[in-house]
Design a protein around this ligand. Sequence first.
Ligand SMILES: Cc1cc2nc3c(=O)[nH]c(=O)nc-3n(C[C@H](O)[C@H](O)[C@H](O)COP(=O)(O)OP(=O)(O)OC[C@H]3O[C@@H](n4cnc5c(N)ncnc54)[C@H](O)[C@@H]3O)c2cc1C
Length: 394
Amino acid sequence: MAKLRAVVLGARFGGLATVSWLRRLKFAAELEVIVVDRWQETVYRPALVQAMALGPAFRVSSMNMPLARFWRQHRVEAVQDTIVGVDPERREVFTASSPPISYDVLFVATGSEPAWDGILGLGPHRGGVCEGYQARHAARLNESWQGGHFVFATGPILGSPNWDPPVAVGCEPPLWESALLFEHRLRQTGHRQASNLTVLTPGSEVAEAAGPQTRQRLKRLLVSRGIRILTGVRFQEVTDREIVLADQRIPYDRALWIPPCQGSSWAQSSGISDRQGWIPTDHYLNHPEFPAIYAVGDVISHSWPKNGHAAMVQARVAVHHWQAKIRGGRTPAPYRPELLWILDLGGGQGLFSLGDTFYGGHREVLVPGRSPYWAKHLFQAAYIATRGALPIMP
Ligand SMILES: Cc1cc2nc3c(=O)[nH]c(=O)nc-3n(C[C@H](O)[C@H](O)[C@H](O)COP(=O)(O)OP(=O)(O)OC[C@H]3O[C@@H](n4cnc5c(N)ncnc54)[C@H](O)[C@@H]3O)c2cc1C
């Protein structure tokens, strides 16, 4: 009997979790799994903010995750290529240099893309930590920092006007963690007095999608550590010396940017996404027009949390929904958006926050202290060791 072919696009949080769940299905032996990504190895992105804490000890290589062994263990055919399109009617994926890849089911996890040109004068050269090369460069520059004005800024998310609730920014943890970790490092290296730190966000408040307790706590913490916060900013231009906002100019000596973000550009020409490249889904992560397509993680067209935890939970719901559809049995509970963060605050302190109030729920759990710090670092070690195929998955 011919095997069913599951094709997974993208091999970070969403794609790796999808593979893990596919290989845990009862009928996994009847599945052929193909993963397409442009990289042979991936990086554990939440750890890249350590560039702002560690100085010369920062090594991107310790966060890299070569995938060849993982693919062998999970019986995956890995295609290293650039995805350029999908024909949802013929069920085919097009890449830059391989023949079309047909599928019975397609899981899209290609994430969001930086939209550097969304702000005049902005580019990766302005500083950042979102990719390995940027974090490595930031760590090197930190070694020679003697003082001045350091600005941490996040660009807006170029979302769909139909998102409910609307959001102004994408993933916030790297913004807050970078500022707090750097502030702690400055105190350790004796450069705090000579440094002014400012955070700029288009969000109407600090941590816009978190619950009220988290927002208050984080704001208090930033203020107590002398970090100036400007919310609701509208960026107009970035030059070598100034960030021009709609109502003022911010001079700076160095900056760290979380870039504006948009959906996957390859999806825009495939007729499966909205105009910004975000892929619509229902609460089972299933495409409303093409039943053989699921999308998980940052790429989906919702204001649901765009973070690693959400991508992993969505992968579980999507795979089990597909299983129920083709094999019968119980349909899984639909995905319910919930924000889970563990922030590294520096100095061995962390902040765990779990909540759904932004999405209409009533739950908020907040745990500050050393235990969230250790939980974050243990999760990181386990994730890197298993490539996200954790014994207990969220
Ligand atoms: C610095 C930083 C810190 C973060 N910290 C946290 C944190 O503390 N906690 C948390 O939960 N989340 C955190 N996040 C967010 C988290 O990393 C993302 O939400 C998560 O990576 C999204 O996973 P994804 O699989 O949806 O997409 P992505 O991680 O963006 O992966 C997409 C994959 O698709 C591939 N791809 C895309 N387009 C193509 C193409 N055309 N051809 C071939 N391959 C393609 C890419 O190469 C990539 O491997 C952080 C992010 C950053 C940048």
